[in-house]
Write a protein that binds this ligand. Structure first.
Ligand code: SAM
Length: 444
């Protein structure tokens, strides 16, 4: 272990607790999952998985996997988006953020999407999520995770915090900054985090975090809540970043995190460390820091330009009528030849790269609509899909490998489900179902 790093830990924890911390480094990584309550209840998923999983102290929808628990990433429930694999303490920041249905929430540093998908589930299709990731490759992973978990009432963007926060200035009830950090809580999991570690890197991260927070400030409404989190231990990237942000923004108030997990922050002169929360590996997770703040000042909102409702091609409406037993109140939109739906009116985000707004229904081709996987994963539509076929285990394996299914069904597009949860879709000619499971998701 890096001596400089350990010395710094000792300055925060003292000798005895540093020893305890060092002992945790030779223990297995904490593993956990978060139930996607957009699709399934916690008890129901526990019954279905029937594995050694216990409730997490960090979120009511979190579960901790015992060391005897087999890997969960290859289970059908994972493919069905019924849960998200997440280190247990990583779910704590959204518990502190406490998104409520009806609120507008911005997740500014969102990939791969653990916290965004948790926020979306808490909003439960009411309110709106803007989920942003600056790195294009990571933004694609964010998109695929949101799609797998059936998130629909959201806009996913790939832009800098400055660009996004200018565009949504004054819109947000809540903003989460889960900042890029030196990753000291990841040393067990990622060798790279330890190799990249240096005091200079810690300082560089702290400067970047301060800049991101300055951007986030602009997105907040008056009384809006900002939650800042990292998975690192350094004082510079945690208490000091928040203290410096508060010094520059006297209209921001540091609130208590109001949770009973973890422990107070480390001491810093002039800073109320009792209000922030730290989770160390001795507290049941790999490590997290959380601070909750409120904006007291008014913030005139940037104009929200709702896109005018335009008539959509008949094929689009006909497709929805054919596929759904009842159509929930939805806005429809064509963007080029791509069809989208969402509950909130579509709106413009000027000069921002939008990866997706709403549920991608499919692509208009000649005189028909070719559906998209997102239409069949979207949680909002669970329960109103008309042509849903239940596969048995053998048929499921064939489907996941990309094979056609010899099943007679009504002609047209059909949703294919296992144990009542959609997996994907196919196209039936009456006798056989052509496989439409995306190639990138298929079992090899
Ligand atoms: N919230 C995510 C989750 O729960 O899955 C994890 C976010 S990770 C800790 C931080 C993210 O910030 C990374 O995806 C990284 O690409 C992004 N990032 C890196 N530099 C950034 C910058 N200058 N501004 C905003 N985000 C940045």
């Amino acid at each position: 272990m890096n001596e400089v790093f350990l010395k710094r830990i000792e300055q925060m924890l003292g000798a005895q607790q540093t020893q305890q911390y060092v002992q945790t480094l030779s223990q297995p990584v904490y593993r956990g999952l978060r139930v996607n309550t957009l699709k399934i209840g916690v008890d129901q998923l526990r019954r279905q998985l029937d594995l050694p999983l216990t409730p997490s102290p960090f979120a009511p929808e979190g579960l901790i996997a015992a060391s005897s628990c087999p890997p969960l990433g290859n289970t059908i429930e994972h493919r069905q988006g019924l849960f998200y694999l997440q280190e247990p303490s990583a779910s704590s920041a959204v518990t502190v953020l406490d998104p409520q249905p009806g609120e507008w929430v911005l997740d500014l540093c969102a990939a791969p999407g653990g916290k965004s998908t948790q926020i979306a589930a808490r909003l439960n299709h009411e309110g709106y999520l803007i989920s942003n990731e600056i790195d294009p490759d990571r933004a694609r992973i964010l998109l695929s995770n949101c799609e797998r978990l059936g998130v629909g009432e959201a806009t996913l963007t790939c832009a800098s915090p400055d660009q996004v926060c200018q565009a949504v200035c004054g819109w947000m009830d809540k903003v989460l900054v889960d900042a890029p950090c030196s990753g000291e809580g990841m040393f067990k999991k990622e060798d790279q985090a330890l190799q990249d570690w240096s005091v200079e890197h810690v300082h560089a991260c702290a400067r970047r975090q301060r800049k991101i927070l300055d951007c986030a400030y602009h997105a907040l409404k008056q009384e809006g809540i900002l939650v800042y989190s990292t998975c690192t231990y350094s004082r510079e990237e945690n208490e000091e970043v928040i203290a410096s942000f508060l010094a520059d923004h006297p209209d921001m108030e540091l609130l208590d995190c109001a949770v009973d997990f973890g422990r107070p922050g480390v001491e810093l002169a002039g800073f109320d460390s009792s209000r922030v929360r730290r989770i160390w590996p001795m507290d049941g997770g790999e490590g997290h820091f959380i601070a909750r703040l409120r904006r007291l000042s008014a913030n005139p909102a940037a104009a929200k330009k709702t896109l005018p409702e335009r008539p959509v091609p008949a094929e689009f409406s006909a497709f929805l009528e054919d596929q759904l037993t009842e159509i929930p109140p939805l806005y429809k939109r064509m963007c080029g030849d791509q069809a989208y739906i969402q509950r909130h009116p579509f709106f413009e985000l000027k000069k921002i790269r939008v990866l997706r707004q709403g549920i991608q229904v499919g692509e208009l081709m000649k005189n028909r609509l070719e559906p998209h996987q997102h239409f069949y994963t979207a949680a909002l539509l669970d329960g109103v899909r008309r042509h849903q076929i239940s596969l048995d285990s053998k048929q499921l394996q064939c489907f996941l490998k990309g094979e056609a299914l010899n099943l007679s069904a009504e002609r047209g597009y059909v949703c294919l489900a296992f144990q009542s949860y959609p997996v994907g879709f196919g196209k039936s000619d009456g006798q056989q179902i052509k496989n439409k499971y995306p190639k990138g998701l298929r079992l090899r």
